[in-house]
Structures are given as structure tokens and as C-alpha cells.
Design a binder for this molecule. Sequence first.
Ligand code: SF4
Length: 371
Amino acid sequence: MVEKLISSIDSVYIHQQAKDAAVTSRILSLFPSSKIQWVEEDSSLTHHEGSLSAHTYSQSKRKLYITPFKGQFFKRCPGASQRKALTCCNYHVLNLGLQCNMNCSYCYLQSYLKTPVMTIYSNIDDAIKELQDMSLDHGQKNLRVGTGEVIDSLSLDPLTLYSRPLIDFFSRQKHWSLEFKTKSCHVDQFLDCDHRGNVIVSWSINPQEVIEHEEHGTASLEERLNAAEKSVRKGFPIAFHLDPMIYHENWKTNYEKLIQTLSLRFRNANVQGISVGTLRFQPEQRHIMRERFGMQSWVTQAEVFPSESGKLRYDSHLRTTMFKFAIDKFKEHSPWPVSICMETPETWIATYEKYPTQIQELKPLFQPYRL
Ligand code: SF4
């Protein structure tokens, strides 16, 4: 597993200021010295004039940059800043890096990333200190924190082992929970950690047909499900995000088969939640997606329209049809409540005939509060 990661990375740049970090020692012990370069302040690694070209973007996934982060690690989920356009749950994100070694055709980082490297922040201790300070004032609130916003939570974790100090910190938090959200199958590195049942390991999941077509370099469906079963055996709660659901010719058959599989294999597991979302992306990433994935992709072929939040989405009728289909199939096969992700109040009404705060099982997720 680690070997595969090491061979997928051509160069590792380490900032001098990261020389004493634990992650640096680990990287130096894993990678051959021929791949390592020490750098001082190097603006070409941290900034790029204008948008990245398709080629530079693709290459960024093969260049790892280890550096301290000088900003704030912890913030509200971006959906919360669009509350007028989106109905959003109370979620907070902790960013421990930027860019991903996998390669989904729809990835929103294609319109977001301005650095031609995959960055890991070396100062995890500062991130945990930030959480610690926050817990002094807000430790009694039911806070949900995720690490998978601008980097997959676990795909590089065999290199960083950041899951371990995070699990340790959350084992002392009574009211907070942490979510590792991934499309990888990397869980072995933390399964021996003591935890208090508040670390949720979750998978963004799709039928294998969609994975093969659109989620390049990710773990197969079977690998993700095996990793979920291993996590369950060690007492970790799990969650699944059917997100983004992607329209294709056999979408109903493929999504129903997936929902049946999840329901059968995880019936007795501690499944904390299921969310569903449909394809959405920024208009400005259309060009780079076409260049990188051609017109055979179900994402670049998709008929999408601007929505109030500025993203391109399927029309509201198709979105509601897809949500209703998934929610009905989960109702038919499983006991789990299903929530819809990053959607407008109108879609909630069209799908559920209710706002989330009017749905008993989902209410706790959507009660607003401020930090
Ligand atoms: S796993 Fe997530 S972050 Fe990585 S390429 Fe896919 S969508 Fe982007």
C-alpha cells in the first residue's frame, strides 16, 4: 500500500521550516533520497499565475510538498456560507493539506487549486492545538468535524499517519465527532487506535460502473466495502455518501444494486448516516475536465444548468427523480435515515415535502448554532 503511494509520487519537496516535523522524518524514511528536494520559500511551489493548465494540474498529483501551514486549520463547511442558496448541515472542516492523489473527473479541486503540487501541512501539532483551544469554549456543543474537504481524509494517511493523533484527540472529546471521508481503502494504519466511538469512517461511494468510468485511481467498490467491514469490526461507526450520483444509461439498475449491497452487508453495522448528492461543478472547470477526460466521460457529457449557488447541476426534475429513487430504495432495503447534500430548499421540498429541520431523524444535523 505504502509502496504504491511512493511509486506514484515523482518528487517530494520539503520546506526547511518543516525539517523537525514528525511527518518529515517519516517521509525521509520512506522515500528514496533521489526523490527528495529541500526548499526555502519557493513561490513557484505555492503559487501559480492564473489557472493551472490541464497538464500542470495532472502533474501536481505526482509532486508532494511538505510545509507548515500559517493560516487557520479549522473552519465551517463551505456550504454554510451559501445558506441562502443551500440547505446545509452543521459541519466543520479541518484542512491538513491540499490536492489529492486520486483523479475523479468531476473533482472540484480542478477549479480551485492554484498550486502545482499536492501539499501536506507539516504542523499537525498546531492543528490539534487549535482544536484544543476551540474545545475550551465549545467542547459542550455537538460539533461534527471532517478532514476531507480539499484533500481526501485517508488516501495519503499511510504516509502521514495523521489519523492517529486525531483519533487520540477526539478520544478525549465527549461531544465532538470526527469524520474521515475517503474514496481509498486505507484504514489499516489506525485500526489499532483506542477510540470512543466518535470517529466515523465514511466512504463516498458509487456503483463500480461509475467508479471505473469517472473515479480514476480510487479504490474499487469492493476494496472500499472491505475497508468499511474492517472498520466496523474494530468498533468504528461508518457512513456512506452516494455522492455525486451520476446519470448514465443504467443508473437505476446500478444504484439499486449498490443500495441493496450496502443494506445487506452493513445491516448490523453502526451506520451513522447516509447522504446522497447529485453531480455539481463550477462552470469554470468545464474546460479543464474536457481536456483531461475527453467527451466520453458521463460528467463532461452531462446536460447541466446554472443553479442559484453558481454551480452547474442537472435540472431540478432529474435531481429530484434521482434523490427520490435513492431514498425510496434505502427505505425499501435498510433502516437508515437519508439526508441530501448541498441542495437547495426547493429540492428538499420536492423530494421530502419537508425541510430537513421538519424531519425528526435529521433534525439534530441541521439545528443551526454559531461558534
Ligand atoms: S477523491 Fe475527492 S478530492 Fe480526490 S480526486 Fe476524487 S473528488 Fe477530488
